[in-house]
Ligand binder design. Structure first.
Ligand SMILES: Cc1ncc(COP(=O)(O)O)c(C=O)c1O
Length: 468
């Protein structure tokens, strides 16, 4: 066999296959297929190393809220790197960017919060929240109150505790997860899980009763906290049914169970309010956020805690002489400065107002274009987050055989139509574009999705004819 020309052997793609172990990738398939190498971005678009242009329909990983270029953020990072490129927060050290960012977050929090702890990723923020909850209850003299409930299909990250909270099989299998003491409650997905003719309200009541029964069966004195995304993102873009959070919170209050809102995707305007908590009437004790916090120009995440939780943590740390938790880069000044600038841009450009103005183009557009499409079982979403769920039989909601990987095939076809898309478990396709997207860009995105979906329909029809 003649070896590939040197230029190809030395391509970024070939070097990638030879050297990079990819997150969330089939390692064997990657050896065969190689990477998609992205070389530049502008606005809602990115380009690959062959010069092909794509609309980024999921803002990278639901995160590049201001798109793929922003000179103000570049300058904010540069200024901070020149002034103070690193300092930490251990043993009471501090610096202006982390203080300013903490103040800004507390001013914007959906409910009164007391203090902000910084980390580097959504996973670290949720792991931190788990540790804080255990620490809090120990410090308060309730060492048995430790179990944590999240939900099947919830996504909270991949570090050991966060992956345990995550309710998806591929985050557990082969990893020996979840760890002990993590329970998963039912998924609030009306389309898939409601009984025939069950209203959203009745379905929400049943889920709340299920949660109540789970807490009672475990013993309320052993249940510490409940984690929830306002809208479940990576597990399927699942919008909770009407009255769900109201009823869930009543159960949590009854059993003195802390509520953690994971705002890693929903925070900073995604749902048409500053926080997903405001969209759904959620009043958390702890709030975690990341991603759009810095428009993803640099990694940073935050854990906001209310006064009650802070008091418990402060007492515990005082009894030991320190709070034995923290990352070298907790509150790193450069991402903190970029996050401060990001939040200023959100205010000055009224990003929430923009999302509200353009969201109908996405939500109505998805429903009008795809609601009747024979492959689409459900269209769902709020604000600038949405999804379509592909089904084999629309009338009976019968899903495709997972082995056919229909949604993954759609993402490949979509790539040929100039779209970077995201397949969801259960054969969904997610939409979570940069928050700066215009109406015209949404229309262009949906036009391309339509062409990709029609091409998939033709392929699937051809296959079923071949089977017959
Ligand atoms: C809701 C939610 N929480 C947590 C995480 C984990 O964040 P990270 O990937 O930054 O660790 C994600 C990532 O997509 C997420 O969507």
């Amino acid at each position: 066999m003649t070896p590939p020309p040197a230029a190809r052997r030395n391509s970024t793609a070939a070097r990638d296959v030879a050297s990079v172990l990819h997150p969330y990738t089939d390692g064997r398939a990657h050896q065969k297929n190689g990477p998609l190498v992205i070389t530049k971005g502008k606005g809602v678009r990115v380009w690959d190393d062959q010069g092909r242009e794509y609309i980024e329909t999921v803002a990278g990983l639901w995160c590049a809220s201001l798109g793929f270029d922003n000179e103000r953020l570049v300058q904010a990072a540069l200024r901070q790197m020149r002034e103070l490129p690193f300092y930490h927060g251990f043993t009471g050290r501090s610096h202006e960017p982390q203080v300013e960012l903490a103040e800004m977050l507390l001013e914007r929090a959906p409910v009164p919060m007391s203090k902000v702890f910084f980390a580097n990723s959504g996973s670290e923020a949720n792991d931190t929240a788990v540790k804080m909850i255990w620490y809090f209850h120990n410090a308060q003299g309730r060492p048995q109150k430790k179990k944590i409930i999240s939900r099947i299909k919830g996504y909270h990250g991949v570090t050991v505790a966060s992956a345990s909270l995550t309710g998806l099989p591929y985050n557990h299998k082969l990893f020996d997860l979840p760890i002990a003491g993590i329970l998963h409650a039912g998924t609030p997905h009306h389309y898939r899980n409601a009984r025939p003719d069950e209203s959203e309200e009745a379905f929400a009541t049943r889920l709340a009763e299920g949660l109540d029964a789970m807490i009672v069966a475990e013993g309320p004195e052993t249940v510490a906290a409940f984690f929830a995304e306002p809208i479940m993102g990576a597990g399927g873009v699942i919008v909770p049914p009407a009255t769900y959070f109201e009823k869930i919170q009543a159960v949590l209050r009854r059993h003195d169970v802390l509520l953690v809102a994971d705002e890693v995707i929903c925070g900073f305007g995604r749902t048409g309010n500053y926080w997903g908590c405001q969209t759904f009437g959620i009043r958390p004790d702890i709030l975690t956020c990341a991603k759009a916090l810095s428009a993803s120009f640099l990694p940073i995440s935050a854990v906001l805690v209310n006064e009650r939780v802070f008091e418990g943590l402060a007492d515990g740390s005082s009894s030991l002489g320190t709070f034995g938790h923290g990352f070298t880069y907790s509150g790193h000044p450069v991402p903190a400065a970029v996050a401060v600038e990001t939040l200023k841009i959100y205010d000055e450009t009224d990003i929430v107002g923009h999302v509200r103005a353009v969201a109908p183009t996405l939500q109505d557009g998805l429903r009008e274009r795809f609601g009747d499409h024979p492959l689409v079982g459900e269209v769902r979403g709020v604000g600038l987050i949405g999804a379509i769920e592909l089904v084999e039989d629309k009338a009976t909601k019968r899903a495709f055989d997972p082995a056919r990987k229909v949604a993954i095939r759609l993402t490949r076809i979509a790539e040929r139509h100039g779209l970077i898309t995201r397949a969801l478990p259960g054969d969904g396709l997610a939409f979570s574009p940069p928050l700066i997207i215009s109406r015209a860009e949404i229309a262009e995105m949906l036009e391309r999705v339509g062409r990709a979906l029609d091409e998939l329909a033709v392929e699937l029809r051809r296959e079923s004819l071949a089977v017959v």
